[in-house]
Design a protein around this ligand. Structure first.
Ligand SMILES: Cc1cc2nc3c(=O)[nH]c(=O)nc-3n(C[C@H](O)[C@H](O)[C@H](O)COP(=O)(O)OP(=O)(O)OC[C@H]3O[C@@H](n4cnc5c(N)ncnc54)[C@H](O)[C@@H]3O)c2cc1C
Length: 409
């Protein structure tokens, strides 16, 4: 007999990916018995946090109650998923309760690993050490930026792990540079980019434009430099310079330090059988085209926690939702886990790279890093229209259409 907590479809994580796919599936199959495991009463529109950091968006407008997006007919379990037993199609909650499913979609997002940088957990949000990766520290970022004297260095970091929105480290750096320019404080030697990566952006077409922006703001770039320690009391950041062998430790004094933390799958995913075997970052092991789990075919995953080898963005999720939902619905309708002629995801992702107040380059590309542009003009040029898209149009689309499953693909 089915247990009281048994669902035809169980969703783990009601963020951008979980809500979008849940509501999209529900529109196609209104009678499906769906359970949602999501501990948070609050939903965040994270893509606007870079604008919050730049003082160009109210943080309150990035926050809405989760319940607005969970229809009454969905059974919402306000708890954390803790342990997966895929052989039994079961999930154990933090409360110890067991929930079972016929099919499951796993979308618990990404984990911010602040603790991997020595001194950072103690100093984040103090002494001009900031980050647009949380709403509170995004607000603090705008305060730090507005108080810069232009006498010390403004240092921006990017880690070696994948991060959500690969363009975010640059967006806040360009907004800070533009802020300094407007106040007559921008000059060579002020803004510094320390990235553990090797290039400014992976897609050549956009990288070329971005390098011109870097030059315009006199930004000094340092690649293959990983932030390893923060001394908040003395305002010194320590990097491992991997251009040398063995790597050398570099100390950089700063007036402002903007940190993008290393990121990985949440720990409960990493230690679960769902994770890619032997991968320290622990992403959920899915087929990159069908989004079906590589070993447990009644499980699907999408979004930041998945192993999909593309840039982790909400824009990518918009395309993943329809592919996943169509493949899942085929399985549900046919009571199978074998996909025939599955829908395929091509790795589409997009990054609206803010290059200043009122300026934006809209990068769009697929798994092969080939541009896949939406508009009939050259998107590698900075445009005011694309800034309006980011600031005015996309948030409305998100709250009204995407989360409600009204618009995907
Ligand atoms: C600063 C910043 C700028 C960004 N800019 C852009 C941009 O310009 N364009 C763009 O497209 N994207 C952007 N993004 C990325 C985008 O926000 C993410 O890719 C997207 O939110 C990921 O969706 P998700 O559902 O995978 O994860 P999330 O939206 O983070 O949701 C994960 C959910 O899982 C829940 N959860 C966690 N643990 C558990 C558990 N144990 N059990 C059950 N539930 C759990 C969480 O409470 C949360 O609700 C940006 C992100 C940041 C931080």
């Amino acid at each position: 007999m089915a247990s009281p907590k048994h669902f035809t479809l169980l969703i783990v994580g009601g963020g951008n990916a979980g809500l979008s796919v849940m509501n999209y599936v529900l529109r196609q199959r209104p009678n499906l018995k769906i359970g949602l495991i999501e501990p948070s009463e609050t939903h965040y529109y994270q893509p606007a946090w870079t604008l919050v950091g730049g003082g160009a968006y109210d943080v309150q407008d990035t926050i809405k109650p989760e319940k607005k997006y969970v229809p009454d007919k969905v059974h919402w379990i306000k708890d954390y998923a803790e342990r997966f037993v895929p052989e039994e199609s079961a999930v154990y909650l933090r409360s110890g309760e067991k929930v079972t499913y016929d099919y499951m979609v796993v979308a618990p997002g990404i984990q911010l690993d602040w603790h991997k940088i020595k001194g950072l957990p103690e100093w984040l949000g103090k002494n001009n050490i900031c980050s647009v990766y949380t709403p509170q520290t995004a607000v603090y970022t705008s305060q730090v930026m507005n108080n810069l004297s232009g006498k010390g260095k403004a240092v921006f970091t990017a880690p070696s792990t994948p991060v959500k929105c690969g363009g975010a480290p640059m967006k806040i750096m360009f907004l800070t540079s533009d802020n300094l320019r407007r106040r007559g404080l921008l000059k060579p030697g002020i803004v510094h980019y320390y990235s553990a990566g090797t290039v400014i952006f992976a897609v050549k077409k956009y990288a070329e434009s971005l390098l011109k922006v870097v030059e315009r703001y006199h930004i000094q770039t340092n690649f293959k430099h990983e932030l390893v320690e923060v001394d908040g009391a003395n305002k010194v950041a320590y990097f491992e310079n991997r251009n040398t062998n063995p790597p050398e430790r570099v100390a950089v004094e700063f007036e402002m330090l903007h940190v993008v933390p290393p990121q990985s799958a949440p720990d409960f995913i990493k230690r679960s059988p769902l994770a890619v075997p032997d991968n320290p970052l622990g992403w959920i092991d899915v087929n990159q085209y069908t989004l079906q789990h590589n070993r447990y075919p009644n499980i699907f995953a999408l979004g930041d926690a998945s192993s999909l080898p593309t840039s982790k963005t909400g824009a990518a999720i918009r395309k993943q939702v329809k592919v996943l939902a169509d493949n899942l619905i085929y399985c549900v309708d046919n009571k199978t886990t074998e996909l025939r002629s599955p829908k395929q995801y091509d790795g589409y992702s997009a990054c609206p790279i803010i290059t200043g107040y009122g300026k934006l380059i809209l990068a769009e590309f697929d798994y092969t890093l080939t541009p896949k542009e939406t508009f009939p003009f050259d998107q590698s040029k900075e445009r005011f229209s694309m800034w309006l898209l980011k600031r005015e149009v996309l948030p409305r689309m998100y709250w009204w259409a995407i989360l409600h499953g009204r618009m995907q693909g």
